[in-house]
Write a protein that binds this ligand. Sequence first.
Ligand code: G6P
Length: 483
Amino acid sequence: MASTHGAHRILVASNRGPITYEVREDDSLHARRGGGGLVSGLSAIGPDAGALWVCSALGDGDREAVARGVGEDGVRMLAIDAEVHADAYNGIANSVLWFVHHMLYQTPLEPVFDAEFRRRWASYRTYNHAFAEALAEEAAEGASVLVQDYHLCLVPGMLRELRPDLRIGHFSHTPWAPEDYFRMLPDDIRAELLDGMLGADRVAFLTWRWATAFMRCAGETDPERYRVTSPSDTPPAVEHLDGAPPRRTLVGVHGLGADAEFLRERSHRADVEERMAALRAEIGEGRRTVVRVDRTELSKNIVRGLLAYRQLLDEHPEWRERVVHVAFAYPSRQDLAVYRDYTAEVQRVADEINSRYGTPDWTPVVLHVKDDFARSLAAYRLADVALVNPIRDGMNLVAKEVPVVSDEGCVLVLSREAGAYEELGEDAISVNPYDVIGTARALHEALTMQPGERAERTKRLAAAATALPPAQWFLDQLRELEG
Ligand code: G6P
């Protein structure tokens, strides 16, 4: 019944949307626009394409905006019950799915899939269903829907039930777990997750490593229902054995690159220059810098980065007073105690290094925990070494942004477990993120690299990092889905 369908030809769904609202003291609503790959990707299709972004209200300000009917063209915010959202977002997406895909559990004691888990899972379902219903309502006949990430794994399956006419894609911005790790989830939950995602016509990942892991999980979870085609098939697919008519879900890869044009322009504005001057004063004259910029996610491995830096100062006393570790660890998911504890541990280890080695004239670790984008760009520009050592990471855009913005070339010390490693590994110094001694050695090698080689490598890194700008990343997905 086409008449009951919505008007949008292209729809994007994600938990976090492009805009957030805040209630000011005078009771007015203040809107703030966010950045990121999806925002610049969507802008590539222009305002006339009839696109709609469906997202969730996240804080009180967002809920108030929905209640007052305040919104933006092209964005539909869903005011899902706050407790349901908290259970789904904190309780399942960030505490279970994030942990599984990044392999973060301390397995002697966790995970425990008990009645509380089941209760939260029911909320995850409800939350996914709210998205599926909104998308079903808004989409025009045959429209393309691009569902984002681990928050919304069940949406494709639910949406297909409601609207079999749509072209549905799902994109994972995280790694995907190896099958042995994925098998920790209760069997019915594994199957529900895969059924949800395989409701899509196409699922896509940031690298082949994650795509292959997904196919292995799909192949072993329910062999009666899903058969994975040979990896040499182009494109590979998951065949649905029980469907009539038979259906397949294609599997694809789209690496997301840095937005060179935006970064180069933004990093030369006055506020960045100001932050550079302030940072130089904090660092001190003539010192080298090892820079890291992260959201304080458990997977970013900030603590082992600090331990490696301490090891460097231990093993190579010649670096004392001559290098500073500039570490920006911005708050993330602070509703979760384990994130708050991790942030405190970062602070504790940084303080410990500063009190052990610091001198009246030298602070070995300059740690900032308040998010400041201009200051991040300033640090990118002056970094001698960038430390990007995640335990596991879907891509890691910092690794791609630093070489683009760097003023005089910067050596990239990069974890082999980051998705970006597939594209940047050759010109980076690679590290095993758990090996603190190895990481200290890599830092030393990076700090002593000759300027000529460093500049050459940076040039090649910047070229690789910008090969897939967000606009192309987005348009490629759309084309493949519509194909
Ligand atoms: C990281 C991940 C994304 C994820 C995002 C959510 O950036 O790479 O896959 O969507 O976190 O962050 P949030 O702050 O919304 O929890």
